[in-house]
Ligand binder design. Sequence first.
Ligand code: ATP
Length: 737
Amino acid sequence: MTTARPGATDTSADVAREIAGEQDHVDRVYRELEKASARAAEVEKDGIARGRSSRSGEVRDEELTGLFERDALVYAAAKRRSAIEKQYEGLVFGRLDLGDVETPAAERDIRHIGRLGVRDDDYEPLVVDWRAPAAAAFYRATPVDPMGVLRRRVLRCKGATVVGVEDDLMVPEAPDDIVVVGDGALIAALTRTRGRQMRDIVATIQRHQDEAIRAPSRGVTEITGGPGTGKTVVALHRAAYLLYSERRRFESGGILVVGPSAAYTAYIERVLPSLGEDSVALRALGDLVDGVTASRLDQPEVAAVKGSLRIRRLLSRAASRPPAGAPTHLRAFINGHAVRLDESVLHRIRRQVLRSAQHNLATHQAREQLAQAAWASVRQGERDEFFDAFDSSRDVDEFMRTWWRQVDPREVLLGLADTDLVYGLARGVLDQEESAALALSMREALELGTWSVSDIALIDDLSGKLGPVQEPESEERGFYDIDEYDDLASYGVNDVRAGVDRGVATARTQSVVTPLDPRERLLHGRIERASSSAHVLVDEAQDLSPMQWRVLARRGRNASWTVVGDAAQASWSDREEARAAQTEAYGSHEVRGFHMDTNYRNAREIFAYARDVILPLVPDADIPEAVRETGVDPLDRVVDAPPTSAVEQAVEELLDDVEGSIAVITPRRWADRLAHLDGTGEGRVQVIDPLSTKGLEWDATVVLDPDAIVEESPGGVRVLYVVLTRAAHRMTVLRPG
Ligand SMILES: Nc1ncnc2c1ncn2[C@@H]1O[C@H](COP(=O)(O)OP(=O)(O)OP(=O)(O)O)[C@@H](O)[C@H]1O
């Protein structure tokens, strides 16, 4: 916050008096809230009771309408009550004194800002929701453009108690009665200890951040900037803002937030609920396809093969092969005639059918084409009789069961464990070395029983090619769960299907017992079809492979987007191909950009160290300005190898220096020797690999063996740059000699 503090008067008596004044208001707000909460509970109880009595006997149309209204009422009341309960902590965090210097005190407009709007019995606003237009000046006013604000105040609360206030004056000279206290809320917030989870910044959002948060919902909003510039936190506040400004659209259509890893989603998962929003789906890249999950990373060369769009041709070829175990010819006795269709005819039929349909939805077409070919090979007797007999032939039923059975995309992918098969499928697409590496990685999956993160995009691509696996026909299928809906969904009409799927979810509830056999584990569970979202928010976008962009494109066909990234932190090598896939995912949407240039995370000394590492190698890196100083430079030590005791010592020192979280960031080669440190220091210490630190931060870090980090990482020095920009207050770099 740009602070103008002429005439600041903050004796402890002033501070105590100001805090007491704010406490009065906050007390009033909580009293109102209690009343509102009780009212909401009453509506809920009343509504439910009414519903119960109405449901006895026949339900007439007008009663049905009443039930819908009741449901809506109860839902709204329950939601409001839950919001009130969640927002209890730090509910009121700001105040604006509006007017000009001449305005008498009694005529000034006082506006309190909070996580939620609250009104009194006369419908007078006691707190304005931070996302409402009336709160915009809280974030946008500056001494240059005060927007009618005399003083902006940030309230620090513990529960319902005001413990501090921090003021910024927006006019050169404060009117006599206006007291200005505190050192500025932003620096206070940035100096605080980091916990295991990201916090919201609702009380200290900066003007340039607010502009990105409140940007129009349509189209694509790209947020760029160097490390620690608040891109992630801004994007999350934007999601909360979108839900506030167009709740109906975004709550029903859904907002999908995608980040690099499960560690990242765990790190950010509290931010939106703390802003009162929990209807957002947070997904790591390994969890994008419903029904499969992955956290294992492939070796960089393999990830490069699986991430590039080249692989799609290979997958297409694999998906159009007959399923494993399919017969090579058809022999049947139809209407008194011997029918024999050989391999080349069967291949031709397969090719023809797959030209216009997805395998799993084309059983009917395949059988029809088969009948045509069979008739062409016979051409004797009555045509219609022949077709009827073909239709009801048990021989043909038996043949179809294996020749055109339902195929799970994962099964096709596992087929690539056969190196010779991959050599054949990869002709003109991959070289021998790449093909062998791909096959080897599939054998690895079969050994471990786990998918890698890059496999998920391949499964999704194959899923799109093959179509959804159809359940065998069953008597129990619900009225709405009919095949036409399956077909519609394959043409992108997902909304119809979404309701159907919800309806049958319990019928298909999967077993929670995970099979022991690795292959069965890989194929366990059912792959759900991709559901589309109204808004897709992508963090660390610089790391997405082209194939991963396609996964998102399928989920964001009609979505607006918020995309967050910093090219200098990229771990994906071919930026151009990825950028093209990214642009394609956006479709024809217009793109607007916001650039963040202030680093709020790293102490200036730490960021200077990181900057000196990246700039010589990536001269066009986007370098922000760090706002905070600690006066302590990072330590850089050469230590004996193996470095275990040196790391232990560094951790000991940092446990004394900082109050909060500490990360030991280690390349693979030392990881086993340091595992024992994970969770020490009463849970404050975490041992983590370089790539998994993306998007995260700690109070202090020990960065072990920077040269090995560069060597082992696909993004080389860019990944080291990520690692060197994770610490807020202290950093120790250790170089095994
Ligand atoms: N206005 C603000 N007030 C208080 N804290 C802020 C503000 N803006 C950013 N921060 C803090 O700065 C830190 C960095 O923010 P964030 O992780 O969003 O940055 P980023 O640009 O996504 O970083 P990176 O690209 O390095 O992952 C977080 O602790 C965040 O809470």
